[in-house]
Design a protein around this ligand. Structure first.
Ligand SMILES: Nc1ncnc2c1ncn2[C@@H]1O[C@H](COP(=O)(O)OP(=O)(O)O[C@H]2O[C@H](CO)[C@@H](O)[C@H](O)[C@H]2O)[C@@H](O)[C@H]1O
Length: 783
């Protein structure tokens, strides 16, 4: 089939699938500390927001007769609504805009019960102002939020050039912190300065730190100086109000020996002499002159908090970027009491949805990456339910998180040194953090700050967008003229404010997790209402397939295979290793221990996306086959019940593990012969990658990243990695699985070849990290 024909076939398959889906430089660094930044907010919004907070905290039941605004993505109701509502002609849109109905859920995992009864506009606009639009709000004014110990810094016309006419009055870059402002970190985290000027945390070996190719860091890194950094663009006029680089070492009382100082006065002997000395034996960072400061911001991060693939990516990609020599931080909420994370003794205050909130920072340095956990009452005790609460509650958490995260490089001295805002790029992930690029622009770059900071937004799943009524806009504390970036009309959601839409427009670059998914995002069926925005921003979007964390997902070292009869194995010991893991899995789950029976596995969130119901539809056929089936998942109640029902009805061959179990996910991946992934859409998919690395053969719906990563088995060429089917329908799954089982039973050599090819692939994050780096560099030089 030609590629065009293939694309067209895939497109129609995709359409069909969705129609039946239940959608469920030189861098002049600003001082690293910035302690008094005012937020933009329409005054009315602030007043109203307090009411929202009070109501939200009083519980969702306070306004039962209000129309339910929130529906969970993936709920059947969404699909029903989608199909029953016809597109409104343009002329009618204005007329219907007052209705703003219905509104799609904010949360990827927004809760159902609480959300369903939450007052929509009343809760957000407060009391009797329910129907007032943000457009009718008083003009934007500077509203400064004062936290304890804050002093006011107001801009003058001389400080910075006025930004665009429509923008609010500019603010000057922040001064270095005064002694009253800075709360020193506890002694335990104050770095020991070594002879080369590197900062070290006790007991941990630090990766090179400091900004190379940008503003010299106060504490330079042992990173070879770039040979020649070609200035790709003429630097923009530097803001007048830049002060000299703030020196952390001076501030905390450390000083370099005189011979270590260079002309510039900072301890940068390392950056000159030592580099030369090292030149012969140290090849330098893989990233070469592209070394940057990178801050990954995500709502979840493995191993601390994970509900799906986003957590895996946030846990692994940063380590791969650090291996390339970048200075990398991950910022994530502190949902629980994480053993490794140390309180940095810093307190800040931020406003979210009208409420003043205290924020603290916890830190861990692991595998070359700084993990910074944001501690705030809103996040605490959410470990088991990180996307819980109603829409307003989830949104408030994400507003706070993004506001805090964007200032982390100023406030949090990891290893004793703040990242600063020069040569810095944020990587935000999904709608939860899509406000970060917006805040970066609206609060800072529009006002002459963070001029050398860039943002990249990664789309892991466009089905969850952070949709809400336009009336909610004031709670985001943004200038009035930014509303246009959020406003969106679509036949499913009506007129609404869309956080993902604004983030996509504001981000300097966008990445999605496979090229196939990027193609789908531009289609009406795959863009979930954002296809036009994706199309018009095509120039800045790249598709990069995720990798595998080889410490975590590697049969040779997998810690979950070290007990209960399981065993580690590799490509050489595949036969015996897999046999042993399969027997251990059968034993653990109470299935008959048989090596000859093909063991099928499914692992995933139980929602419309993953197509577990298609397996359910195929059950009558499966029941007649000599197979065993093990399914692990949690999510939608009806699908959980379906799994349990399948186990009860076919107890001799089916086991359903309803819940979230990382060890069981690893054990199924190792013990199963075949992994089923009938996903209706799949941006990348990680389980098929894990499966291939474990010699487990994937049978997948050829969509998004699944199509990109699972080449169909070709018995004539002796090529391919698994079986694919072109529609998310049970008979298609049955057809593909039938061929797969046939090969398993009759063509052992072919089977072994598929397993070996899967295991031999380089699926590591290192390759993906290199591709990410190319995008980061493009963002860096983009104005
Ligand atoms: N019940 C359970 N118990 C234990 N572990 C469980 C589990 N359910 C799922 N998992 C684990 O969660 C991860 C899910 O990975 P997916 O790629 O399927 O992610 P998801 O669809 O959540 O994320 C989105 O983001 C990722 C990352 O970009 C994309 O790959 C994907 O296509 C996109 O939908 C895997 O590590 C899996 O083992």
């Amino acid at each position: 089939m030609s590629s065009a024909a293939a694309a067209s076939a895939a497109s129609s398959a995709f359409i069909l699938a969705l129609s039946s889906a239940t959608p469920g430089g030189r861098r002049r660094g600003a001082p690293p500390f910035h302690l008094n930044f005012p937020f933009w907010a329409p005054p009315r919004a602030r007043r109203d927001a307090a009411a929202v907070v009070a109501r939200a905290e009083a519980g969702p039941g306070g306004n039962d007769d209000a129309p339910p605004p929130e529906r969970r993505a993936g709920s059947g109701a969404d699909a029903a609504d989608a199909s029953s509502r016809q597109p409104q002609p343009r002329a009618r849109r204005k007329a219907v805009s007052k209705r703003r109905d219905p509104v799609q859920p904010v949360g990827r995992y927004g809760s159902r019960g609480a959300a369903a009864s939450a007052p929509r506009n009343a809760a957000l606009a407060g009391g009797g102002e329910t129907n007032k639009s943000i457009v009718a709000a008083p003009p934007v004014s500077i509203v400064k939020f004062e936290g304890p110990g804050y002093t006011e810094i107001l801009p003058t016309q001389d400080d910075v050039a006025l930004p665009r006419a429509a923008a609010p009055a500019p603010k000057p870059p922040p001064p270095p912190p005064s002694e009253e402002d800075f709360v020193p970190p506890p002694a335990s985290i104050i770095p020991k300065v070594d002879i080369g000027g590197n900062a070290e945390l006790p007991k941990k070996k630090r990766a090179p730190v400091g900004v190379v190719g940008g503003v010299p860091s106060p504490i330079p890194a042992r990173v070879p100086e770039p040979k020649a950094v070609p200035p790709p663009m003429p630097p923009p006029p530097a803001p007048e109000a830049q002060e000299e680089a703030w020196d952390f070492k001076k501030y905390i009382g450390f000083d370099d020996p005189a011979e270590m100082k260079d002309e510039a006065g900072f301890g940068a002997a390392d950056a000159a002499g030592s580099f030369e000395n090292n030149e012969n034996d140290d090849p330098g960072p893989l990233a070469g002159e592209n070394v940057m400061n990178v801050i990954v911001v995500a709502a979840e991060c493995s191993p601390w908090c994970k509900t799906g693939g986003l957590g895996d990516v946030a846990g692994a990609l940063p380590k791969a970027l650090a291996r390339r020599g970048h200075r990398v931080m991950v910022v994530v909420p502190r949902y629980g009491d994480y053993e490794e994370a140390i309180d940095m003794g810093i307190t800040k205050y931020y406003k979210a949805a009208g409420q003043d909130l205290e924020v603290k920072y916890f830190h861990a340095f692991i595998d070359g990456v700084d993990f910074v956990f944001i501690d705030a009452p809103l996040f605490r005790h959410r470990q088991g339910d990180i996307y819980g609460g109603n829409r307003q509650e989830i949104m408030k958490r994400m507003i706070l998180f993004c506001k805090v995260a964007v200032e982390v490089p100023w406030h949090v001295p990891c290893g004793g040194v703040c990242y600063g805002d020069g040569n810095l790029v944020f990587i935000a992930n999904d709608w939860h953090t899509a406000l970060l690029p917006v805040y970066l622009k609206a609060y800072y770059r529009d006002n002459g700050q963070m001029q050398y900071t860039r943002s990249v937004l990664v789309i892991h799943n466009i089905a969850h967008q952070g949709r809400g009524p336009v009336d909610e806009y004031p709670y985001m504390d943004l200038p009035e003229h930014y509303l246009q970036h959020f406003e969106l009309y679509d036949p499913v959601g009506g007129e609404h404010a869309n956080i993902f839409a604004a983030g996509l427009k504001m981000a300097d670059r966008v990445i999605t997790v496979s090229r196939g998914y990027l193609w789908e995002l531009k289609t009406v069926e795959g863009g979930w209402g954002l296809h036009d925005i994706i199309r018009s921003n095509d120039w800045k979007i790249n598709g990069i397939v995720n990798g595998i964390d080889h410490q975590e997902w590697n049969p040779e070292v997998d810690v979950h295979l070290r007990s209960d009869g399981y065993t580690n194995y590799n490509i050489q010991t595949l036969d015996s290793g897999k046999r042993q893991c399969k027997a251990a899995l059968q034993r653990e789950l109470g299935l008959e221990v048989r090596d000859d029976v093909p063991l099928l596995g499914f692992i995933g969130r139980l929602d419309g996306q993953k197509g577990v119901d298609i397996i359910g539809d195929a059950m009558p056929w499966l029941a007649g086959q000599d197979v065993q089936l093990v399914m692990l998942g949690s999510g939608r109640g009806d699908l959980e019940r379906m799994l349990q029902h399948l186990e009860r009805s076919h107890h001799d061959k089916v086991r359903a593990w309803v819940g979230f179990s990382v060890p069981m996910a690893h054990r199924i991946t190792a013990g199963a012969d075949v992994l089923l992934m009938p996903s209706r859409f799949e941006p990348c998919g990680l389980n098929q990658l894990y499966a291939m690395a474990y010699g487990t053969v994937p049978v997948v719906h050829a969509v998004g990243g699944l199509r990109d990563t699972v080449a169909p088995f070709d018995p004539f060429a002796g090529a391919g990695l698994g079986w694919t089917f072109d529609r998310a329908e049970s008979h298609k799954l049955i057809e593909a699985l039938g061929h797969c089982l046939d090969t398993y039973r009759k063509y052992k050599e072919s089977w072994r070849g598929i397993q070996e090819r899967g295991m031999a692939q380089d699926l590591s994050w290192d390759h993906a990290a290199e591709l990410y780096e190319e995008v980061l560099v493009k963002a860096k030089y983009q104005w």
